[in-house]
Design a protein around this ligand. Structure first.
Ligand code: NDP
Length: 301
């Protein structure tokens, strides 16, 4: 029987472990979240980040400049936050509007307050194995593997996706953990063949249920990072079947979330797998909290 890797359970454990660390600090950790405009998905993410901060007794401040903001105006907000000693972490929620130079804004966040781990200094720190904040989603995957005691050393990890926020840092973290790593992307010649060599397969693509049994080696571990919303019933039925919980959930809500892997294939073929939702997703915010607490610990005497 394949084991379900329960991200909510691991998230709760991680958050619980943070509580005594927060209590020991003279000043509560402070996270500033900048949410530009009103992208509904971003609003949901930010609301849950702010809520988790509150539950942990951390201080969060939310800034909501309008969609028409210029790069210079946003740079000024970041500069003000960099200068405030009680702010330990700065998160600029992506995506930013078209007129804003995203890279300049990310580069402007002080590296020691960069709780997303996206600043080039921290990308470099990760690459050469120096301490520093790590991108939250891939470091959440590493926590999941660690806490479920899934061996990584000497295993072949295949990551599908090479983005700066998931695929590449995931590869680097697995490499530091002594996996042999292959990174696949949209130009990979034989994707299914590469994936079938994986002891640990990570899907970070953004294509609903794209990885199916033909990509899966029996007994491998399947980590599904993808979060895709389906709002057409025929797509839900194609992936999950007619008389399934997902189809019923769709009929109730008008949409469902699905990862990058075909979950029934993963459940049947793998030794362990992450469901969507409830697998990798909950860990991202937990690791953001870890990064913020670590920043506060470093920045306070
Ligand atoms: P990006 O769109 O930035 O990257 C997608 C990657 O997938 C690219 O490297 C792309 O290749 C590759 N790809 C696309 N199509 C194919 C294909 N047909 N075959 C092989 N590779 C392909 O996405 P992100 O990395 O930002 O996110 C990936 C997924 O993870 C999304 O579903 C996103 O919603 C989810 N996500 C989940 C998070 C969580 O908290 N669980 C956090 C962040 C993201 P190429 O480079 O060649 O274009």
């Amino acid at each position: 029987m394949s084991q379900v890797l329960d991200g909510k359970r691991v998230r709760d454990e991680i958050l619980e472990e943070l509580k005594p660390r927060i209590a020991r600090l003279a000043r509560k950790p402070g996270l500033a979240v900048v949410l530009v405009g009103n992208n509904p998905a971003s609003e949901v993410y930010v609301a849950s980040k702010v809520k988790t901060c509150r539950e942990l007794g951390m201080v969060s401040e939310k800034f909501t400049p309008p969609n028409t903001i210029t790069t210079d105006e946003l740079l000024q907000i970041v500069a003000d936050l960099n200068a405030r000693p009680e702010i330990d972490g700065i998160l600029v929620q992506m995506p930013l509007p078209k007129q804003v130079d995203t890279q300049r804004v990310l580069d402007a966040v002080a590296p020691e307050k960069d709780v997303d781990g996206f600043h080039p200094t921290n990308v470099g720190n990760l690459s050469i194995g120096r301490p520093g904040p790590r991108p939250c989603t891939p470091s959440g995957v590493m926590e999941l593997l660690k806490r479920y005691k899934i061996p990584v050393t000497g295993k072949h990890a295949v990551i599908v996706g090479r983005s700066d926020i998931v695929g590449k840092p995931m590869a680097m973290l697995l490499l530091h953990a002594h996996a042999t790593v292959t990174i696949c992307h949209s130009r990979t010649a034989d994707l299914a063949g590469e994936c079938r060599r994986a002891d640990i397969l990570v899907g970070a693509i953004g294509k609903p249920a794209m990885l199916t049994r033909e990509h899966m080696k029996p007994g491998a571990v399947m980590i599904d990072v993808g979060i895709n919303r389906l709002d057409k019933r025929e797509d839900v039925v194609r992936i999950f079947g007619e008389k399934t919980e997902k189809a019923a959930a769709f009929d109730k809500r008008g949409s469902v979330l699905v990862g990058d892997m075909q979950p029934y294939d993963a459940a049947e073929i793998s030794s362990a797998w992450t469901p969507v939702p409830g697998g990798v997703g909950p860990l991202t915010i937990a690791m953001l909290m870890v990064n913020t607490v670590e920043s506060a610990e470093r920045r306070q005497p």
